[in-house]
Design a protein around this ligand. Structure first.
Ligand code: AMP
Ligand code: ZN
Length: 443
C-alpha cells in the first residue's frame, strides 16, 4: 500500500538530476581527471597509478580510459591507514568517518568543507526527491558517531529545511514520545528497526493516529521488496530504499525516487561499473554483478574504482520521473563474506581473531545468526580447551563473559556466547563452515 506518493517528481537540482546523458558523461570525464589529479597527491595512488602507466590527468582521454586504472579494495584502504589516502593538507580536513564494525586498522574517510557541502547536497537531493519539504519533521533513528548514516542524513535533512530530531537508534519508547511530541512525519532507520518499531507500537499500545508518520528511508542492510511492502502496510507509510557506504561518503549514493523502481545512482558524483567478481570484466548490460564506484565529488579522500562487493545490476530503460541517472536494482548481497547484523558490518575473520587470541578457547567455533523477532541475533559458539571442566560453572561463566565483552569491544555488537565441550562442535569434511546464517532469505 503506497500511502502518500504524489508522483510530482520534485527535483532538488533539476539541471543535474535531468542532465542529458552526453552532458553528464562530459561532466564525468572532467571530474574523473580532477580526481585522478587529487589522487596523485596520495602515497597510495602515486605508486598504483605509476605502475599502471598513468602519470597525470592528461592520460585520461576518455571515460573508457577508466579501465586503465587498477581497482581499489577495502584491503588497500586498511593498508593505507591512517593517512595513505589523504589528498589535502590535514588542516583543511574538517571531519572523518569510519566504516562500521571494522577492527584493527579501520577504513577512515576524510572530508574537506567542500566535500561535506557536496555530500550534504546529494543527501538533500535524495530526501527531497521522495516528496519531503521544509514542512516535514525528520527523526533520524540511526546510529550517530563514526557511522555515516547519522550525520549524513542529519545534514541532508537540515539542508532541505526540515526540523531534524537527532534521536539516534534504539529506545523505542523514547522514539514514540518524540514522534508524538513533535509530530514526526519522516524517519530514517534500518528496515529491521522499522519492523521492530511496529511490533513495539503494538506492545506498548501506541495508537497509529497518535503519530503523523508518512515516510521512512530504510537502508544500511539488504532487504527484500516483500519486507518493504510489509513495513509500508503495517505502518501505513511510504518506504524508500537508501544505499550508501562509508568509502563513498555514506548515504546519498543511490536512492529511490517516487516511482520506487530502482535506486537512482547519482552519476554526477560517481562513475558506476558493474563487474563479474571472478573475471573482473564488465557484466552484460542489465545483469547482476559487483558494483564498482569511483567517487567524483570528494577531494580529501579520492578513491578510484572501489570494489564495493555489493551485488546489483542496472534497471534497463529510463525512469518515468525524468531523472537521467541510471537505476540500480535492490542490493541483494555481497561477493565477500561480510555479514550485516542489525545494520552493522562484521567480518567472520574479526570474530575469529578475537576468540582465537584467548587461551581459554579451544579449536573450533561457529557463528550463528538468526532472527529474534524482527532483529538479528548473533551467537558465537566456541569450544573450550580440553583442560576445562564443563561441570564447574563459575569459571565457565567468567570465560563466557570475558569472550562476550572482548567481542563486543571489537565488533560493536553484543553477541550471545555459548561454550561447548572440546571436540563437540561439528567438524565439516571439506572447507570449514564457520558461519550459519539462518535468517530467512527472501530477496
Ligand atoms: P557502511 O560502510 O558501514 O555504511 O556499510 C555499507 C554497506 O552496507 C554497503 O556496502 C552494503 O553492503 C550495505 N548497505 C547499505 N545500504 C544498503 C541497502 N539499501 N541495501 C543493501 N545493502 C546496503
Ligand atoms: Zn526516477
Amino acid at each position: 500500500m503506497a500511502c502518500v506518493t504524489r508522483m510530482d517528481y520534485q527535483y532538488w537540482n533539476e539541471k543535474f538530476e535531468k542532465m542529458p546523458r552526453r552532458e553528464l558523461e562530459a561532466w564525468q570525464l572532467e571530474r574523473l581527471r580532477d580526481v585522478v589529479g587529487y589522487s596523485l597527491r596520495t602515497p597510495f595512488y602515486q605508486k598504483r597509478l605509476a605502475e599502471a602507466g598513468i602519470a597525470g590527468p592528461g592520460d585520461i582521454k576518455s571515460l573508457a580510459d577508466i579501465k586503465r586504472i587498477p581497482f581499489t579494495t577495502k584491503h588497500d584502504l586498511r593498508d593505507g591507514f591512517p593517512y595513505g589516502f589523504l589528498a589535502i593538507p590535514k588542516d583543511e580536513v574538517i571531519r572523518l568517518h569510519a566504516s562500521s564494525g571494522t577492527t584493527g586498522a579501520p577504513t577512515t574517510i576524510y572530508f574537506s568543507r567542500d566535500d561535506i557541502n557536496r555530500w550534504t547536497s546529494f543527501v538533500a537531493r535524495c530526501i527531497y526527491g521522495t516528496g519531503c519539504t521544509k514542512t516535514d519533521v525528520f527523526q533520524n533513528m540511526i546510529t550517530y558517531g563514526l557511522f555515516t548514516g547519522g550525520l549524513g542524513f542529519h545534514f541532508g535533512g537540515e539542508e532541505v529545511g526540515m526540523l531534524v530530531i537527532p534521536s539516534g537508534a534504539g529506545n523505542t519508547t523514547r522514539q514514540f514520545r518524540l514522534m508524538q511530541d513533535f509530530g514526526t512525519t519522516v524517519v530514517h532507520a534500518t528496515p529491521s528497526f522499522l519492523l521492530h518499531v511496529e511490533s513495539k507500537m503494538k506492545e506498548e499500545g501506541v495508537r497509529r493516529d497518535s503519530i503523523k508518520l508518512k515516510r521512512a528511508f530504510a537502508g544500511a542492510e539488504p532487504y527484500s521488496e516483500d519486507t518493504r511492502r510489509r513495513i509500508e502496510e503495517l505502518l501505513h507509510i511510504d518506504v524508500y530504499n537508501s544505499y550508501g557506504l562509508s568509502e563513498m561518503n555514506g548515504p546519498g549514493v543511490a536512492f529511490e525516487c517516487q516511482e520506487k523502481t530502482g535506486l537512482h545512482i547519482w552519476e554526477d558524483g560517481y562513475i558506476v561499473e558493474i563487474i563479474d567478481p571472478e573475471t573482473l570484466e564488465p557484466v552484460p548490460e542489465g545483469e547482476r554483478g559487483e558494483l564498482v564506484l569511483t567517487i567524483l565529488c570528494r577531494e580529501a579522500t579520492p578513491i578510484l574504482r572501489y570494489r564495493t562487493r555489493d551485488l546489483t545490476g542496472f534497471v534497463p530503460g529510463p525512469c518515468p520521473c525524468g531523472r537521467t541517472h541510471r537505476r540500480l536494482r535492490r542490493i541483494t548481497g555481497r561477493s565477500d563474506d561480510m555479514l550485516i547484523v542489525n545494520g552493522v558490518n562484521v567480518f567472520p575473520s574479526q570474530i575469529e581473531e578475537v576468540i582465537m587470541a584467548m587461551k581459554e578457547v579451544g579449536n573450533n567455533y561457529l557463528i550463528e545468526i538468526e532472527k529474534d523477532g524482527v532483529l538479528d541475533r548473533l551467537t558465537v559458539k566456541t569450544e573450550v580447551t580440553a583442560e576445562t571442566f564443563m561441570d564447574d560453572t563459575r569459571p565457565l561463566n567468567a570465560i563466557k563473559e570475558k569472550i562476550r565483552r572482548t567481542l563486543q569491544a571489537s565488533i560493536t555488537i553484543n553477541p550471545r556466547v555459548e561454550l561447548h565441550e572440546s571436540g563437540s562442535l561439528p567438524v565439516s569434511e571439506g572447507k570449514a563452515v564457520r558461519v550459519r546464517d539462518r535468517r530467512p532469505k527472501d530477496i
